[in-house]
Design a protein around this ligand. Structure first.
Ligand code: IMP
Ligand code: MG
Length: 181
């Protein structure tokens, strides 16, 4: 499939994304302020880069940054193979942890990540995802914080890629019907 910038239709523009992220930040702060003064937030690279950064700027409590890199996708369809490229450097035992994902599609990647993080026995373990492809059951995984419930389109931009391209589009878009050949 060849995708050109011209064939990408905007689904959520930059201001819409920022407005929703500000709301999520407030919600997270409200939920966690009574529980802790430090949140441990895990960025799932590479797709979550922009969401992670913008979300954390909207959370008025201390956040401890953690990064993991997982790949599970080849092109526009899941390769089915999960590859862990880097992992957290310290235990999160007894901590309040939120995994920050760009998009929850089949849920396979997240299921894997949550399974391994839960082995550290965090005090709480939740998920924030910018986009939830809501029509899928995600192996039963539910994100506590969801930016947008999206249709099952292949999405691009604001971190989301197609073969490593289009991540730095300042909006989230999809390929117009009939132009993905
Ligand atoms: P899952 O394991 O099927 O839930 O897919 C997880 C990963 O696949 C996400 O974190 C994304 O990196 C990638 N992915 C899933 N859907 C899309 C999409 O529509 N556009 C770009 N990447 C996607
Ligand atoms: Mg991802």
């Amino acid at each position: 499939m060849e995708i050109t910038k011209e064939s990408i239709e905007v689904l959520y523009d930059g201001p819409t994304i920022q407005k929703r992220i500000a709301e999520l930040g407030k919600e997270i702060a409200k939920d966690y302020a009574p529980l802790t003064d430090t949140l441990y937030m895990v960025c799932v690279l590479k797709g979550s880069t922009h969401f992670f950064s913008d979300l954390l700027l909207n959370i008025p409590i201390d956040v401890h940054y953690m990064f993991i890199q997982i790949a599970s996708y080849a092109g526009s369809s899941s390769s089915g193979q999960i590859v862990v490229k880097s992992w957290i450097e310290e235990s999160v035992q007894g901590k309040h942890v939120i995994v920050v994902e760009d998009i929850l599609d089949s849920g396979k990647t997240l299921k894997y990540v949550l399974n391994y993080l839960s082995k550290y026995h965090p005090e709480t373990l939740e998920v924030a995802t910018l986009v939830d492809k809501a029509s899928k059951d995600h192996y039963g995984i539910k994100a506590k914080y969801v930016g947008f419930n999206a249709p099952d389109y292949f999405l691009l931009g604001y971190g989301l890629d197609y073969n490593q391209r289009f991540r730095n589009l300042p909006f989230i878009g999809y390929v117009k019907h009939g132009e993905e050949a």
